[in-house]
Design a protein around this ligand. Sequence first.
Ligand code: PMP
Length: 355
Amino acid sequence: MSKFLHTKYSSLTPYDTTEETESLKGYIRLNTNELPFPPSPLSLVYAHKASESMNYYPDPECSQLAGKIAEMMSVKPSEIVFGNGSDEILNFLFMAFCEKGAAFPNITYSFYKILAKFHGVDYILVPLKNFRVEPSYYKDVKGRTIFIANPNAPTGLALSLKELEEIINSNPESLVVIDEAYVDFGAESAVSLIHEHDNVIITRTFSKSRSMAGARLGWCMTNEALAQDIRNIKNTLTPYNINAMTQAAALGALKDDEYTRRNINMICRTRDNMKTRLQEMGFEVTDSCTNFLFARHETVSGEKIFTALKKYRIMIRHFTNPPAISDYNRITIGTPEQMQIMLEVLKGIIKNASE
Ligand code: PMP
């Protein structure tokens, strides 16, 4: 820490990206829930075309993109705000709406806690029940903003719209943020709820089902009053947060929806097949509605599996915290070929460990 740093930043806990960088070249990367497929060819054409005008600032409102998403999701463009990844949207939400604190599951996307700490937000961790978000546990959050990843990560499990509405209805004084980063892989979107309740915000991303994690684009949908609050924060801090190439690439991706549908189908088929194969090998696997599986072996520890796979240049995600999940690993669904390689290696690891 330099002597110039503001003391309020002296003990930050940044998001751990050490296993997501250049050092993973040559690895089968099953640790960060990206799609193994390249972006849509149309998105590449659009991005290239946009790059020819990058001497100009991009459209701060992402108007074309907002129009297209509005049409696809049956919302108004004024109900949409874009972020540099949905992480940036989450950052805006922690800044804007957490004066009375935040509440989120004790096992969920780690960024919620990181942002709460950064912004000095008082937060409570709500336990899961058998790895599921339990709506009745959210009855006493006292105006705190509730963050629910649906489907949740890393467990992969989703709530129904009815269960989400139970949380929303029992907390009229709280905002409920539903993070739908993985919704395209098998859960029901709650976007319709933004027109039925005044306290709902939905966040989405192009990082997963649309193969654009490197382009950094997320968005939220909510009622106009809340959207305007978020937009004011965005336009104060980072009015040009979405670069022109990303805006264009995203428009191309949305116009090529067939490509996305095909990829999602492939991932879901591979996931279901992989789940069965893992169960045959003695793994307990949750009912994932996402592009990853959350699994533990009946005898071999999660750490052992993670470390052994790494030696074979296969990277999955291991968690040491909280201890309740330290025997689980999160495995992103790759191509069928990558999954086949992983299963073969895994078979050897399990066999060795059991001898
Ligand atoms: N929400 C959840 C639940 C996630 O797992 C992630 C990414 N790991 C994000 C949001 C953020 O995604 P991005 O910033 O790439 O949109």
